[in-house]
Design a protein around this ligand. Structure first.
Ligand code: XIL
Length: 390
C-alpha cells in the first residue's frame, strides 16, 4: 500500500480510466499534466491555465463550489483576484456564517440580512447556485432563543425563524441545510445518538420533523438537507456516528419528513485513517433511502502531516483524492463544496481552531496564499475527470 493513511480496499476508479481521460473534455483540457497518479502533482504554473473546477464538475454533471463571507481576514468578495478565482472555480456558493441564526437575528425580531444578501447577490451575479446554511444548529444560536424555546412556544419560535429566512430567499436556493450536526459524537448520552441541543431539549426528536416541514412550506423547491461531520474516516467513533445518522434519516423518511439530501461535511484529517469500504457502504445506504448526497464543507486539517510543504500538500491531496473517488462513484452525489477556497481564509487557520504545534499554518484548501492552485486542486480535478470518464 502506497499511502498508509488510506486503507485502500477498493479504489473508486481505474487508474487507466483517468490516465486516458475518456471524454473529449478530458482529452482537450486534461489537468493530469506530466505525471499522473496520486502523490505526484504539477507546479502551480502548470495548473494555472487549466479550466476551473466547476468545468471539471460539469463534465461529470455535478456542481462545484465553496463557502464565502462578504469579508474575511481583509479579503472581500469585491477583491478582483479573489472574486475572479471564486467565479473561475465555482458554480455554487454557500454562506460560511452569514445565514446562521446568530448572524441574522442577534436581537429578537431585529432581522439583519445584510451579509446574507451580499452572499446571495454574489452567487446570482456570478451565475452560480446558492446553498443555504444553516437553519438549526446548536452553535451560533442567539442568546434569546433558548429561554424563548423553554417558555412553551418552541415550535412557534422555530417555525417563525425558518419561515422568515427560507421565505426571504424562496426560489433562489438550491438546497438548505435544515438541521446541522443534530447527531452527537461518541460517547453519546442518548440511545438514539441525537445531540442534546436547545431544540431537542424543548421538543424532543420531533424538532427535526418540525424544521423540515417548515422549510418545505417556505420553499418547496429547495433540496432539504441534513448536514453532519465525522462521517468520513475509519475510526470506531466515525462508524457509530454513521450508524446514528443513518438511523435518524431512516426514521425521518419513514415518517415522510421532507428530507431530501445528506450533507457530508468532509472535514478530513491527515492523521486519521480513511477506510473506503466502510464509507462507500454508508453512502450506498444513504442513496438507498432515496437521498441525494452533497459534500458540503470539504477541507483537510493537516496536523497529522509533516511541516514540509510539498510533502504536506501531497498528503492532503492524496487524502482528498481517495475520499472523492469513493464519493463520486456514488451517483447520488451531485455537488462538492469546499469550506473556503484559499488557505488564508480557512476557518482552520483562525482561532479557536487548533493550530499546528510547529507553528506552520494549515494548508486545508485548493488555493495558496497567492491564490495559486495547489496539489489539492489537481486532486479534485483528477477525481472529477475520472468520475466523468466512468
Ligand atoms: C464555522 C465557520 O467556518 C467559522 O468561521 C465559525 O467561527 C464557526 O463555524 N461545521 C459547520 C460550519 O457546519 O458552519 C462551521 O463553520 C464549521 C463546521
Amino acid at each position: 500500500m502506497k499511502y498508509p493513511w488510506v486503507q485502500s480496499e477498493r479504489v473508486g476508479c481505474s487508474r487507466r480510466a483517468f490516465l486516458l481521460g475518456a471524454t473529449g473534455f478530458a482529452a482537450a483540457m486534461s489537468p493530469i499534466g506530466s505525471a499522473a497518479g496520486a502523490g505526484i502533482y504539477d507546479a502551480p504554473a502548470a495548473l494555472a491555465t487549466m479550466p476551473g473546477l466547476k468545468d471539471h464538475a460539469s463534465a461529470k454533471g455535478i456542481l462545484f463550489g465553496t463557502a464565502i463571507a462578504p469579508t474575511k481576514n481583509n479579503l472581500s468578495l469585491s477583491d478582483p483576484a479573489y472574486g475572479s478565482a471564486l467565479v473561475t472555480e465555482c458554480n455554487v456558493f454557500v454562506a460560511e456564517n452569514a445565514m446562521k441564526w446568530g448572524s441574522l437575528e442577534a436581537t429578537r425580531g431585529a432581522l439583519t440580512f445584510g451579509g446574507a444578501d451580499a452572499v446571495a447577490t454574489f452567487a446570482e451575479r456570478s451565475g452560480a447556485k446558492l446553498r443555504g446554511h444553516t437553519l438549526l444548529w446548536h452553535q451560533n444560536v442567539p442568546g434569546w432563543v433558548e429561554p424563548a424555546l423553554g417558555s412553551g412556544g418552541a415550535e412557534a419560535v422555530i417555525r417563525k425563524h425558518i419561515a422568515e429566512v427560507v421565505g426571504r430567499y424562496k426560489g433562489r436556493v438550491h438546497s438548505w441545510d435544515v438541521v446541522n450536526e443534530g447527531v452527537g459524537d461518541a460517547p453519546v448520552a442518548r440511545a438514539d445518538g441525537l445531540r442534546t441541543t436547545p431544540f431537542l431539549n424543548a421538543l424532543g426528536p420531533t424538532y427535526f420533523d418540525i424544521a423540515f416541514d417548515a422549510a418545505h412550506q417556505a420553499d418547496p423547491d429547495a433540496v432539504l438537507t441534513y448536514n453532519d461531520y465525522n462521517l468520513e474516516h475509519g475510526a470506531p467513533y466515525n462508524a457509530t456516528k454513521r450508524n446514528n445518522v443513518l438511523r435518524l434519516l431512516e426514521g425521518l423518511r419513514k415518517r415522510n419528513v421532507p428530507v431530501q439530501a445528506l450533507g457530508v461535511q468532509a472535514h478530513l484529517h491527515t492523521g486519521e485513517m480513511f477506510v473506503e469500504r466502510d464509507y462507500a457502504r454508508f453512502l450506498n445506504d444513504i442513496a438507498q433511502l432515496g437521498l441525494k448526497i452533497f459534500v458540503t464543507e470539504l477541507d483537510v486539517d493537516d496536523r497529522g502531516a509533516p511541516m514540509d510543504v510539498s510533502a504536506r500538500d501531497a498528503q492532503c491531496a492524496d487524502l482528498v483524492r481517495a475520499f472523492l473517488d469513493v464519493t463520486l462513484a456514488q451517483k447520488a452525489c451531485t455537488a462538492v463544496l469546499t469550506w473556503g477556497i484559499a488557505d488564508k481564509i480557512s476557518w482552520l487557520n483562525l482561532p479557536p481552531q487548533p493550530l499546528r504545534s510547529d507553528g506552520a499554518t494549515h494548508r486545508p484548501t485548493v488555493l495558496d496564499d497567492d491564490l495559486k492552485r495547489k496539489p489539492m486542486w489537481q486532486a479534485i480535478a483528477r477525481s472529477l475527470l475520472a468520475a466523468a470518464a466512468r
